[in-house]
Design a protein around this ligand. Structure first.
Ligand SMILES: Cc1cc2nc3c(=O)[nH]c(=O)nc-3n(C[C@H](O)[C@H](O)[C@H](O)COP(=O)(O)O)c2cc1C
Length: 308
């Protein structure tokens, strides 16, 4: 072990961190420890509609997000920066739930899985591309989410507020058309970036206890006590907090999302319809899923849709 490595291991974690190999050399070791700051970050839903964030800053923040890890260097994502207010209004309508922030934030981006660019890159060099819907969806969603998270962290570190908008999934096929993305490109969530109306991001939601999500050497099913601790921790959000309403309980939220008639079940249909529309099932002789009727009925059922 070199002196530098030994210092890195033995050194004071709060002291000089210049020798940590993971810190980019260009930063000169001046990267702050973000651990405690990340613990207090919060989603912002109320933006100052008159605040302006220069375009150049948006480009910088997205550019920073692009340095997120990407599977095999393939970068299976694109962000569509929606500039036209009428398009933002239309997307807001398609979300079918209160997401005024889409119109009020200084900027609105749509985060997409992008397999099309891969196909075009290959075909440009006379190579064949074969779409694999499940892998495309999984790998593309991971890549896109990591890049979006980097972009969000860059924005929050500059004092801006961010809000991901999963509600676009409520009307996904129409959102894809409205955003104007061709086959091979699938929007997965929106991203608002703006100036918080009340000056700062106020309060984040609680989380289930760390022991429920961090498993050592295998997976431990949570016992009854830990399940109760999860509910207790999350119920706290409905008390005296930004989420208000002390009559609500978190298990009700879980039912609304993941119960048999929950939002996720309803969105399954719109997702399948959007995958079909965007050509994710179009190659290798793959048929659309047998459950095609489910996809068609999704629009009719969409009077109660997810709010996140
Ligand atoms: C994929 C995804 C989609 C989301 N969609 C919405 C949304 O449509 N509307 C909204 O207000 N918040 C949305 N959120 C924000 C979550 O509601 C928020 O992260 C959660 O309540 C925890 O709050 P916190 O980030 O302040 O801790 C979304 C978050 C993620 C990760």
């Amino acid at each position: 072990m070199s002196d530098a490595e030994r210092e890195c291991v033995d050194g004071d974690p709060d002291g000089d961190r210049r020798d940590r190999p993971a810190l980019a050399a260009e930063s000169g070791g001046s990267v702050p420890d973000l651990t405690s700051w990340l613990a207090h970050r919060a989603t912002v839903r109320e933006f100052d509609p008159d605040a302006e964030i220069p375009d150049g800053e948006v480009r910088e923040m997205v550019d920073a997000g692009r340095k997120a890890p990407t599977s095999g260097t393939t970068q299976m994502y694109s962000f569509v920066w929606v500039r036209d207010p009428a398009t933002r209004e239309r997307i807001h309508d398609l979300c079918d739930r209160g997401t005024e922030q889409i119109e009020e934030a200084s900027h609105f981006l749509v985060v997409c899985i992008d397999l099309r660019r891969i196909r075009r890159l290959l075909e440009h060099r006379d190579r064949e591309f074969q779409i694999t819907p499940a892998m495309g969806l999984l790998e593309g969603a991971i890549d896109a989410s990591l890049a979006a998270m980097g972009t969000m962290t860059a924005a929050e570190s500059r004092g801006y507020g961010v809000c991901p908008i999963g509600n676009i999934l409520n009307g996904l096929p129409a959102v894809a058309e409205t955003v104007g993305v061709p086959e091979g490109v699938l929007p997965i969530f929106g991203l608002c970036i703006g100036v918080p109306r009340h000056g700062e991001a106020s309060e984040n939601a609680p989380r289930v206890p760390l022991d429920a999500v961090l498993h050592e050497d295998g997976y431990d099913d949570p016992d009854g006590d830990l399940l109760e601790a999860c509910h207790d921790a999350m119920d706290a959000m409905y008390g005296d907090s930004v989420y208000g309403d002390s009559t609500r309980e978190w298990h009700g939220t879980l039912v609304r999302y993941w119960g048999p008639d929950g939002f996720m079940n309803r969105r399954e249909g719109t997702l399948l319809a959007a995958l079909r529309q965007q050509g994710f099932f179009a190659a290798r002789g793959l048929d659309e899923p047998a459950d095609g009727e489910n996809a068609d009925s999704a629009d009719e059922d969409s009077d109660e849709c997810g709010d996140d």
